[in-house]
Design a protein around this ligand. Structure first.
Ligand SMILES: [Zn+2]
Length: 462
């Protein structure tokens, strides 16, 4: 190519670039722990049990790509390093949040957009200063420094926050001021629960918390916690309502499906219901996109895979996803049930437990239990409740007794799904996108590329 033609091509490319539509409305969905395996299982449930002829909403987007999720110091990331990557475009070490490996603060794409006139909302189904949401406003050498990361809300200037609660309200390291008071002084109104929110929803800057429910997060979809708890569609709609009021011309929201990760850490197949809930939130953004197709960008991704869920498990080659319809309780809820029984001090009878399992998991009812597993489950029951010399199983967010672990391992096996870990895995994460600038997400992304591409789509230097 001679130099005249080359410069003409470059000139044309830059004209096309400046013509590319700039998204005014950006939705960034992060399914915490929502790897490709869990999405595949949810899609199969959607197709074969719910009989939906359409794919999950996120799978309908024209851009379907991958991302790598490794952190600065590990093949397998945690949510702090991954959140930092997805928010600030910087790799950091596991457990570090919004800082580089040498503890220098990094800069979030949410902040960049705020400084460029976008209204910003951050929402999650878990605690608001947990790693993923906090990576969009906070900075701390450890994700466990909740007070420190929570303070990031004060300087963020963002318009709306929603989540279960804020941890470490009172700093135990000598600073005298209550975190909530400091955030209030910065101009935010707190609302706890839907009723209270109704009375303050016309305020400009709001921190909106789920009513305490004893779960430590907004509740798992499989437990049917009722209307009082936030789910992903509710959070998406609430952020949308707020941003359309305070910043109707330009806005950005990050919505995290945080308890997808929590339930997957427990190897609980109820994760499928949590992903369906997440997808219902994506659908709300998609409905908005249909009204503003040239001005909206939706990106859906995950920070990592949790649990390594997939089809195929030792001892069972068949997949029976219909079993998931018999599950009425999460592992956490089952644990609560056992704890409450134990608190009464009365002996727990196998027949009663069997009825509970039948009513809440279908085992011994719609799902036949074979002789070998029946024997194993009964022995496990006896060891856990009568001999009481068995240690509980501890995963990152849930502790449960061995009996529950055994019952769920049978339930998982009969369903045909297997788990490789109660931690995270290092496999590829999904990236789905639609709208203005979506095509630049095509291909294999490094997770740090994603916020950079969001900024590039908005024609901002990052
Ligand atoms: Zn996790």
């Amino acid at each position: 190519m001679n130099s005249k033609i080359l410069s003409l091509v470059i000139c044309l490319m830059s004209v096309t670039e400046s013509w590319a539509a700039t998204p005014k409305y950006i939705f960034y969905f992060i399914g915490d722990g929502m790897g490709l395996g869990p999405i595949m299982v949810t899609e199969a449930y959607n197709r074969t049990v719910l009989n939906n002829t359409e794919h999950l909403q996120m799978l309908q987007f024209p851009v379907t790509a991958l991302a790598t999720s490794y952190s600065a110091n590990r093949h397998i990331t945690d949510s702090a390093a991954a959140g930092t990557a997805l928010s600030t475009g910087s790799k950091t070490n596991n457990s570090m949040l919004g800082v580089t490996p040498d503890s220098l603060p990094t800069f979030s794409v949410a902040k960049l957009l705020k400084e460029n006139g976008y209204g910003v909302a951050i929402a999650t189904t878990v605690t608001l200063n947990d790693a993923t949401p906090a990576a969009f406003y906070g900075h701390a050498p450890s994700r466990k420094h909740y007070y420190e990361t929570g303070k990031g809300i004060i300087d963020s200037g963002y318009d709306f926050f929603a989540g279960y609660n804020l941890l470490s309200r009172n700093n135990n390291k000598g600073e005298e001021t209550d975190l909530y008071d400091r955030i209030k002084k910065a101009g935010y109104t707190f609302a706890t629960g839907k009723e209270e929110f109704e009375t303050v929803k016309n305020h400009d800057k709001i921190v909106y918390l789920n009513k305490p429910n004893g779960q430590g997060h907004c509740g798992y979809t499989v437990d049917s916690l009722g209307n009082e708890n936030f789910n992903v569609p509710y959070l998406t709609q609430t952020c949308l309502n707020h941003l359309q009021r305070v910043s109707p011309n330009k806005f950005f929201m990050m919505i995290e499906g945080g308890n997808i990760d929590w339930i997957a850490h427990a190897n609980d197949p109820g994760v499928v219901k949590s992903i369906l809930d997440f997808d219902a939130g994506v659908k709300i953004a998609y409905e908005f996109y249909k009204q503003h197709p040239d001005e909206t960008l939706i990106i859906v991704t995950a920070d990592h895979n949790t649990g390594g869920l997939t089809f195929g498990v030792k001892g069972n080659k068949r997949v029976t996803l219909k079993n998931l319809d018999y599950q009425k309780v999460s592992i956490s809820r089952f644990q609560e049930y056992c704890k409450n029984l134990q608190k009464t001090g009365e002996s727990i009878l196998w027949e009663d437990m069997k009825t509970y399992i039948k009513d809440n998991l279908g085992l011994y009812g719609a799902i036949e239990v074979d002789e070998k597993d029946d024997k194993m489950i009964k022995e496990s029951f006896d060891k856990t409740f009568n001999q009481k010399n068995v240690e509980d199983v501890k995963t990152l967010y849930t502790t449960y007794n061995n009996f529950i672990a055994d019952v769920f391992s049978v339930f998982n096996r009969y369903t045909g799904i297997g788990w490789t870990t109660t931690g995270h895995t290092g496999d590829f994460t999904p990236v789905f996108a639609i709208g203005a600038g979506a095509e630049i997400f095509n291909g294999v992304n490094n997770n740090i590329d994603i916020p950079k591409k969001i900024a590039a789509a908005a024609h901002l230097n990052f």
